[in-house]
Design a protein around this ligand. Sequence first.
Ligand code: TEU
Ligand code: CA
Length: 599
Amino acid sequence: MSVDSVLAAPAGLARLTGPLTGPLTPVHAADHTPGWWRSAVIYQVYPRSFRDLNGDGIGDLAGITAELPKLAELDIDAVWLSPFYRSPQRDAGYDVSDYCDVDPLFGTLADFDAMITEATRLGLRMIVDLVPNHCSDQHQAFQAALAAPAGSPARDMFIFRDGRGAFGEEPPNNWQSHFGGSAWTRITEPDGTPGQWYLHLFDTSQPDFNWDNDAVHREFERVLRFWLDRGVSGFRVDVAHALVKAAGLPEWGGRADGASSDGYPGHEAPMFGQPALHDIYRKWRRILAEYGPDRILCAEANVDPLPRLADWVRPDEMHQAFNFPFLHAGLDVGRMRHVINESLTSLDSVGAPSTWVLSNHDVVRHATRFGYDGHAPRDGDGIGPFDPQPNEALGRSRAAAATMFMLGLPGGAYLYQGEELGLPDGIDIPDNQRQDPTFGRTGGQRLGRDGCRVPLPWRSGELHAGFGTGANPWLPQPASFSALARDTQAASPSSHLSLYRRMLALRRELRLGAGSLSWLEDWCTDTCLAYLNGTTLVLMNVGHEPVELPAGTVLLRSSAASAQASEAESEWAELAEDRHRLGSGETVWLEIYLGDTER
Ligand code: TEU
Ligand code: CA
């Protein structure tokens, strides 16, 4: 197939004129199946770090409500909230002690309702985080299990086993916690004797539920309805691949956290990807459907190999799944192309849209990852003051290029709060302020995920860069945060924030999320990727040398700050003489036909 054959010009537009020709490799056709999520941009809010309205140093729901208009200006479709439920906060709220209440740290259910009302007014949907694999050890069900005898129905809500060894002093099997150390903890029985062990794939304070027990199913169906009744548009399902464990809990000889060699949990692992999982999600989908066609489930299913992800989004299961292989492809164009092809092809086979993501609350922010030329730190390792340091400016400009490349792709996209400001990770965090359980459980060998969780800067020059007006933020903000504050960036056409706003508006206008993808082979090299989505050509150069841009194209957007300033003056600026080259670490969106009669 060639450029000419796919580009039968839309009515009223002149045909492609310039010398832009060459073979195309089509991968994905435009898809206008109804469903808001299929092309949505969903913005992740991490409540404790978003905005602190009551001045206790921790973000709160009232702070989110107050700033929702700022998010609406970004032209996003929905907000996903990380957990705000009652919790002892041992894993930043992913240790839930009451699934149907707001932690007083974040506010009240009335604050939640006010937030939904404001979101609705602004045309934003709200998705909440559901944590069904484990709860907090302070949850009343776990407290009841501890108080009840071995073999009781209360114990059967969790995964209790007798230990091995003559006195039961060895853990029941060799599984390891994601955060380091054994995945088992021994309890003291109510009579004071050393007793059974319980399974926790994460922190000791996060006992895994027993999904072989119907009572667990019923409890979570109640939780789903509780939040659906309050008006949420859906759920992001935490560790959606881990709920069901293989019968007999067989030993696992793979990597400590169950991951295969390249970092993803392999499906051979007995704690991941078990077939019975899928019946749970089918049931949940039927519950959501009772509330109409617009409520969605998104799987945090970190699975390997990528085509297996399609199993989570078959027509009667979840609506979306995160695409971690894309996040982990870095700026390696070969890997990126491979992941994009595999994602679109395998998800197309079940009629599901792909999603794309570069940052979240578990990984080093992409503005920091891309500030390294060699090897960026592994997820959860974090970066400390004595580690090799990233080049902040380089990282930020490459992050702009990568995001612009991502936002041109068909499917949905997830953004993580603060990436629109180009924020780097916090690095100078004193050991005694680090809060991720990874830090404690590995004796500080892995610094953990606090770096990407630092509270946001809102107003330059204000106390705590405008995050809150009282106590120090729960994690210290880097000195650079003040200059990167939202108000300063909003006032500058060449800022990272202004780029995000323009990209997101144009993505919507051009309907790129519902579009197509064909590789433009002549422009794909060892260091460049070029694809067509409809009549938009997306071209990214991660090499060190600039690249000539195809003639006969009109520049729509560039990720380079200098180019953004000139774009701001004339919105549809024709490719100027000095803009005929694509710089190193730059992405552009080009329109590939020149319509004499248009624009
Ligand atoms: O993370 C699940 C997960 O698979 C993690 O191992 C993730 O890959 C890791 O944090 C990277 O270091 C989810 C949440 O996103 C995370 O914040 C929670 O800590 C975890 O579940 C337990 O609920
Ligand atoms: Ca607060």
